[in-house]
Design a protein around this ligand. Sequence first.
Ligand SMILES: Cc1cc2nc3c(=O)[nH]c(=O)nc-3n(C[C@H](O)[C@H](O)[C@H](O)COP(=O)(O)OP(=O)(O)OC[C@H]3O[C@@H](n4cnc5c(N)ncnc54)[C@H](O)[C@@H]3O)c2cc1C
Length: 388
Amino acid sequence: MTHSYDAIVLGGGAAGLMCAITAGQRGRRVAVLERADRIGKKILISGGGRCNFTNLHCRPENFLSSNPHFCKSALARYTPQDFIALVEKHQIPFHEKTLGQLFCDHSAQDIIAMLEEECRAAGVEICTSTHAREVRRSDQFVVSTGNHEYHAPALVVATGGLSIPKMGATAFGYELARQFGLKIRDCRPALVPLTFGADDRKHYCDLAGVSAEVIASTGRQYFREKMLITHRGLSGPAILQISSYWKQGEPLSLDLAPERDITKQLRLESGGRDLGAARTAFRALLPDRFADRWLELHTPQHLTNPALEDLERTAHHWKITPSGTEGYDKAEVTAGGVDTDELSAKTMESRKVPGLYFIGEVVDVTGQLGGFNFQWAWASGFCAGQAI
Ligand SMILES: Cc1cc2nc3c(=O)[nH]c(=O)nc-3n(C[C@H](O)[C@H](O)[C@H](O)COP(=O)(O)OP(=O)(O)OC[C@H]3O[C@@H](n4cnc5c(N)ncnc54)[C@H](O)[C@@H]3O)c2cc1C
């Protein structure tokens, strides 16, 4: 069977739905093809089930991309306030958790219901359990799903990244970009827990569950948030954030006691300098088990002032080299993707192939943790929706 539309959107996630709503409101006849049996599956599991749908302090600096300027136009044209206005129009209760991160009070399902209602109002046709398998281009784009063919002069690729394959993530968007001659920036898991090599695992992983506030840094990038020891390495917001910037083989630097002088009192005292006193000092700032273990592995033989100063420095610049990441199975997003040089920053349309658009996570724009990835999905979706 053949179906004809003004535009076809591949992928019923955050970006695809926002694009379809925007275009539908402009009177375009739009179909969203979604391979899963329902739309917005990732929205549903996001933010621990409450969807961190945007961030009040969203700035271009919160995104990684080979071209850091690319995201600016879209982020300026569709802001967090625009999405908040939509959430408020649907009377969805929400709150700021921390650092400008906005979450639903009840459930991420509220956001999905809102998008569904907006699609209905805009006349968008949503086709679930519809797997796009092949695209060809004659005078129009033709998407084939096996039994059906969908024709349209505009095709929007919103098929997401490679993270969480068991939820149906596919490389279809990247393959399509290649098919049409667009360059891809290497993909890698981002916002992902890091793993330890055998030695560090032996030293620390029995402490799984212990957490501490740290500054995790690599190069010029740093994040001051919680770090969590896991059964295989490190996680927690500080580690997820820095993982997006970390390069295989490089060390991370961890400040275990930001802005605190752990051994100051010890250095001032002439007597009573023993391991017990050092332990008390570290336990005052770190969880007991972690303080004890870390000291066991780093205490100098003699607690002289220079040795204590060294220890202090090490605690603020603890160098640890992860063996790798937990991979796409555990990554919240995929960094890399369709090269932004290939796309118009205003409309997300391919420069080489008129009528072909890429939006959301499939593009080489990756947000930090905290609602930025959804804001990119809404903003890039909106811009394409205005253009098709
Ligand atoms: C566990 C988890 C929690 C997260 N929490 C947050 C959060 O709180 N805040 C935040 O900002 N970000 C969060 N993210 C990231 C965020 O979910 C993504 O960045 C965002 O969903 C990307 O939107 P998208 O529309 O580009 O892609 P997706 O949401 O991945 O949607 C792509 C859709 O395309 C469909 N598809 C793929 N191939 C085909 C095909 N061939 N034919 C038809 N359909 C196809 C897929 O089934 C999917 O529904 C989280 C991610 C994960 C994994």
